[in-house]
Design a protein around this ligand. Structure first.
Ligand code: NAP
Length: 335
């Protein structure tokens, strides 16, 4: 048995996911696409053996041909498509962020709780990256004793002109926010954002930013967000524990020694660095849906929790100071 999927929003990552899902794992096919740009949707559908371009995301969710929905449109548009999928009883994979306000995330959580079963998975792909999984195994296995400090960096070569100061947190650091909750198996209790000397490459952007996150058990995590580093895309994470440290290794496949220097390639962007994570993420999602198994991936609750922390960080960025994170009670569906 295969899985017939509809994809809403076929821009950069939407087209990446379509490529992975059509004729992909578990007999998945893309049978419908929809995009704000109807021509783009028609162009993508024309290249797929079984897909139709539908006039809207709402029609795609309602279509009898679609068993499961993938939402890869722009963040502020996620909520109505995710809510419609829950109402239709269809599994929905939604790219991060789940929604761009915590109120919208709460509405999604409430709808899923009312439905009484998990249908939503959020695209926090770090959890599927083999290097991040090895990092978590080392921490969970006690290889470095109790974790005390975490140092993360999220560096982009550049960002598009529409990228705003708030997106450094809501769109970029949100990956580390989820990663830290997952890696350390606990919630974030407070956050403070620091604004160091500005890079001359960032124009009006406040770039870089430094986030200091306090975990519930007192572990402190610092996150550098730099979005104009020019040299490539780099993700770092080092956990410092009572008896040792563990860090993500350099992802370069080869190291070149010549003319008195050592060099390794730096990935150009997230597509290159995290290609394998998207493969694993979508394969596991399809297998879970096809097998009728309970969802283990990042949930609507994880989407809400990340959004609450992101909002607290934005308050700190705008007004300064340490901001406590106040999460609602976690519903039983997500325990
Ligand atoms: P993008 O290239 O701008 O693609 C978004 C697409 O959605 C565009 O084709 C856009 O059309 C379309 N769209 C906008 N509003 C729509 C609506 N109401 N209904 C249907 N389609 C709509 O953006 P992207 O970089 O692919 O990002 C999409 C999402 O994926 C974002 O939430 C982003 O944060 C997330 N993302 C996640 C990762 C990851 O590593 N997990 C990486 C990249 C992106 P127009 O261009 O005509 O507006």
């Amino acid at each position: 048995m295969g899985l017939d999927i509809g994809v809403i929003g076929i821009g950069m990552i939407g087209q990446e996911h379509v490529r992975r899902l059509d004729g992909g794992p578990g007999g998945s096919r893309v049978v419908a696409v929809a995009d704000a740009d109807a021509e783009r949707a028609a162009g993508v559908a024309a290249q797929l053996p079984a897909a139709k371009a539908l006039p809207s995301g709402e029609e795609l969710v309602a279509s009898d041909a679609v068993d499961a929905v993938v939402v890869t449109s722009w963040g502020p548009t996620h909520e109505p498509y995710v809510l419609a999928s829950i109402a239709a009883g269809k599994p929905v994979f939604c790219e991060k962020p789940l929604a761009t306000t915590q109120e919208a995330c709460r509405r999604i959580v409430a709808a899923e709780v009312a439905a009484g079963r998990r249908l939503v998975q959020v695209g926090f792909n770090r959890r599927y990256d083999p290097a991040h999984r090895a990092l978590k195994r080392a921490v969970d296995g006690g290889a470095i004793g109790a974790p005390l400090l975490v140092h993360c960096a999220h560096r982009n070569a550049s960002v598009p002109p529409h990228y705003t100061r708030d997106m450094s947190i809501a769109d970029t650091a949100v990956h580390e926010i989820d990663e830290l909750r997952w890696l350390l198996d606990q919630e974030i209790a407070a956050v403070q954002v620091f604004t160091p000397r500005k890079s001359s490459r960032g124009g009006e952007l406040q770039d870089p930013l430094l986030l200091l996150l306090e975990m519930a058990d007192g572990v402190l995590a610092d996150v550098e967000v730099s979005v104009n580093v020019h040299y490539g895309y780099e993700i770092r994470c080092e956990v410092s524990g009572e008896t040792g440290t563990v860090e993500l290794a350099d992802p370069a496949p080869v190291r070149i020694r010549r003319e008195g220097a050592v060099a390794g390639l730096v990935p150009a962007d997230w597509r290159e660095r995290f290609a394998l994570s998207y493969d694993v993420e979508l394969r596991e999602w399809v297998d879970t849906v096809v097998g009728g198994r309970p969802f283990q991936g990042p949930s609507a609750w994880d989407g809400l929790a990340a959004q609450v922390v992101s909002d607290a960080a934005l308050r700190s960025l705008h007004a300064g100071g340490r901001v406590a994170v106040e999460l609602p009670e976690r519903p039983g569906l997500y325990r």
